[in-house]
Design a protein around this ligand. Structure first.
Ligand code: MTE
Ligand code: HPA
Ligand code: MOS
Length: 780
């Protein structure tokens, strides 16, 4: 116990807060050993399920003949809506989303019946044998049609401030226009999957690939008509969620639990990729209209914005998603007089849901588009127009009445403009374009400001349960879920730091509703903020007991006890290994586990007026993208991207950098190649990678310079002053879209505007180039 102390350099801690340690499952990911829901060892007698899907966009079900399904080889049971003992619903807010459609179908792909069979193949083959007679009803398939018919899933919302009409009328310049913004399929690599194992006396354990085990637990309980304590939901990890498993994991989970109840056997349901894309909701696509008034420097005096989004057939999370669009339509810009109208359109298509950014990207793309158009109308550098509109002293209140107290986008802009050589390159590109008739280049720099917190204030809470075993090892349970973003690693680092032990002494348990009840979804980028604080509180409680015990045992002041580098220093003379102190404390009957709880302070928000302080703070970033477009084919390529992102004092710079890179590339996919296309019957035709193109490794720019902002620090008391990083970087990809727009503008010699819709697919770029060419050659 009184060993001489090792020299200082040996006393370093491995994997503490701020260290760029690898993802705790990295070795399992790359070796294929990481266990996903489909890898849970199947219990004896396991059955497999498949949904029978609606073939009509909107119809009354006249009759259903499922005899051929029941007669198919290997089929054990077939369930319809009437077989559900509890509530037939998976709608998270409104109860408008049936597990199995009963009298009416509302989109092509809606589940109508559930087949349970001895094998996956038998279930899927049998599911195609149902004979359903439909009586077609009028279907609403587009945003325009929904607007015309006033077809909404929830009422429209208007946010306004100041005399926007007068400001528009009095402004020296005015522009009106619109754009379309496409949706996006989450395309998690692991599809939706659940595995329900029945227990005794009506209990059920559901392994679910979900961002929100607590909600899945409640939905399963409601469907079965039992109390929540009979249902346990577990998720070790997801192979990606990206928002697509925030609510829509409930559907397969309820289906398997119902089938397990009906058959008394374990049941698994894994959507195949085509079914997954056909059944589940995506990022909302939008129609945007604007009317903006501005001065000669491009500074906005007043703006009127209209957003209409495709919500699909049910409300799902469309309310909060569209609210976030409204609350990000300012991005980094002060809008002195403003009206923002938001319509939540009901269409006979998949129920759109959360996707990284949660409506924020669409709001931000709209204002970035408007600023670009202003710059082109005034023939000045879009960068200067962006700067002129930045929040600043006396211009620091958002349209929803929150004061921006942590603005750093201007500093990020200055640093990135210099380090990326923006001005020189912009001039060089213009010169280059003048001499290049076919291939044109474009460049753009855009900022990101993203509000951190769930807009629904009550979701901003988290709990953790930390166990210290008598050998000094630590088991960390918290309510968050791991989907590849590195949450488990970051929260474990917080706990390791608190105890002063190496990271490998801290093991994170699977997410489990029996260990942590009522946990919020891991979403809104707030996983490490919320769970990090809760876990820190739990560890601190145990540490306080250990300190009190050691102070008494060794007769020193509590202040003289220090936890560092796997040992506990007792004053200046004595030290113990962490495990030794734990063992002594156990023998002295000290409680070695504790729970921790956290709720985000300062936030409040009125969902009716959209006013308040919905966000604890903002995360910021900036990106410069340079692209080339081929004016004959419409193809585009990102040549170089420079990114400076503010993750505050990063908990783990390696993981955070990965989030920035991945988010940016995913955003680029949204805005360039990923296109959802429904045919005239409302069938989504782009339901496989053959027709839906996500970015691949070769789309990463050859010259990719990504940095975390070294001076970043959260002004609020977040976990170790870090900042949430999961979603914000996706919106850095708006710079790619604006760079393509810049390249298109070169076709008309940078005269006037350059109308371009998202995604900027080759077809869309070609359309825009053709329009620009006609304009530049038209007689004046
Ligand atoms: N990163 C990976 N690898 N996989 C994912 O599914 N989801 C994103 C982001 N980064 C996701 C990801 C989304 S939509 C959110 S809200 C956050 O991670 C959630 O995790 P966090 O709150 O722990 O950042
Ligand atoms: N972000 C992400 N998910 C959510 C939110 C949010 O603001 N609100 C409810 N679910
Ligand atoms: Mo992320 S869209 O908040 O799951």
């Amino acid at each position: 116990m009184n060993d001489p102390r090792p020299p200082r350099e040996e006393a370093a801690l491995r994997g503490g807060v701020g260290e760029p340690v690898r993802h705790d499952s990295a070795h399992l990911h790359v070796s294929g050993e990481a266990a996903y829901t489909d890898d849970v060892l199947e219990a004896r007698g396991t059955l497999h399920a498949a949904f029978g899907l609606s073939q009509r966009a909107h119809a009354r079900i006249k009759s259903m003949n499922l005899a051929p399904v029941r007669a198919a080889p290997g089929v054990v049971a077939v369930l319809v809506a009437a077989d559900i003992p509890g509530e037939n619903n998976v709608g998270p807010i409104l109860h408008d989303d049936p597990i199995l459609a009963a009298a009416e179908v509302q989109f092509v792909g809606q589940p109508i019946f559930l087949v349970v069979a001895e094998s996956v193949g038998a279930a899927r083959r049998a599911a195609r044998l149902g004979v359903v007679e439909y009586e077609d009803l009028p279907a609403v398939l587009t945003i325009e049609d929904a607007l015309a018919k006033q077809s909404f899933v929830i009422p429209s919302v208007t946010l306004q401030r100041g005399g926007w009409q007068a400001a528009l009328a009095a402004a020296p310049h005015r522009l009106k226009g619109g754009l379309r913004i496409g949706g996006q399929e989450q395309f998690y690599l692991e599809g939706q999957v659940a595995y329900a194992v029945p227990g005794e006396d009506g209990d059920v354990l559901v392994y679910s690939s979900t961002q929100h085990p607590g909600e899945v637990q409640l939905q399963v309980a409601h469907a079965l008509g039992v109390e929540a304590h009979r249902v346990a939901v577990e998720c070790r990890r997801m192979g990606g969620g990206f928002g697509g498993k925030e609510t829509q994991a409930s559907h397969p989970a309820c289906a398997t639990a119902l089938a397990a109840r009906a058959t008394g056997r374990p049941v698994k349901l894994r959507y195949d990729r085509d079914d997954d894309i056909t059944i589940t909701g995506k990022r909302h696509d939008y129609l945007v209209e604007y009317d903006v008034g501005f001065d000669g420097a491009g500074r906005i005096a007043g703006i009127d914005l209209m957003f209409a989004s495709r919500c699909g057939f049910s409300a799902d999370l469309s309310g909060p998603v569209n609210d976030r669009t409204v609350m990000h339509a300012d991005n980094t810009y002060y809008l002195p007089a403003v009206r923002i109208v938001s319509h939540r359109c009901k269409t006979n298509t998949q129920s759109n849901t959360a996707f990284r950014g949660f409506g924020g990207p669409q709001g931000m793309l709209a204002i970035e588009y408007v600023l670009d158009e202003i710059a082109r109308a005034l023939d000045c550098d879009p960068l200067a127009v962006r700067r002129a509109n930045f929040y600043g002293p006396g211009r620091d209140v958002t349209p929803y009445d929150m004061r921006v107290e942590d603005f750093v986008a201007d500093r990020l802009f200055d640093e990135l403009a210099a380090s990326s050589d923006y001005a020189t390159r912009r001039a060089a590109i213009r010169k280059w374009n003048a001499a290049s008739p076919i291939v044109k280049r474009g460049i753009a720099m855009t900022p990101v400001k993203f509000g951190i917190s769930f807009t629904a204030t009550f979701y901003n809470q988290a709990a953790a349960l930390v166990h210290v075993y008598t050998d000094g090892s630590v088991l960390l349970n918290h309510g968050g879920t791991e989907m590849g973003q590195g949450l488990f690693t970051k929260v474990a680092q917080v706990v390791a730091h608190e105890f002063g032990v190496d990271l490998d002494h801290v093991r994170v348990s699977a997410s489990d509703t029996a260990r942590i009840p009522n946990a919020s979804a891991t979403a809104a980028s707030s996983g490490s903020d919320l769970n990090g604080k809760a876990a820190q509180a739990a560890a601190a409680a145990i540490k306080a007991r250990l300190v009190a015990f050691a102070a008494e045992r060794f007769q020193v002041a509590p202040e003289a006890i220090r936890f560092a580098a796997n040992r506990v220093e007792i004053g200046d003379v004595k030290w113990l290994k962490f495990g030794e102190l734990v063992r002594l404390a156990y023998l002295a009957r000290v409680q070695l586990w504790a729970s921790g709880f956290y709720k985000t302070p300062k936030i409040h928000y009125d969902p009716k007026t959209l006013k308040g302080r919905p966000f604890y703070y903002f995360s910021y970033g900036a990106a410069v993208s340079e692209v080339a477009i081929d004016t004959l084919t419409g193809e585009t390529r990102l040549l170089r991207a420079d990114i400076l992102h503010d993750a505050g004092r990063s908990l783990n710079p390696a993981i955070d950098l990965g989030q920035v890179e991945g988010g940016f590339i995913q955003g680029m996919g949204w805005l360039t190649t990923e296109e959802l296309w429904w045919n005239e019957s409302g069938r989504l035709m782009t339901h496989a990678p053959s027709t839906y193109k996500i970015p691949v490794a070769s789309d990463v720019p050859v010259d990719f310079r990504v940095k975390l902002w070294e001076r970043g620090e959260n002004v609020e008391d977040s976990i170790h002053r870090s900042k949430a990083v999961g979603e914000p970087p996706l919106m850095l990809a708006i710079s790619v879209f604006q760079a393509i727009k810049d390249a298109v503008a070169s076709v008309s010699g940078y005269e006037g505007t350059a109308q371009l819709n998202a995604p900027a697919t080759p077809e869309e770029v070609l359309r825009a180039v053709t329009a620009a060419t006609k304009r530049s050659t038209a007689p004046v």
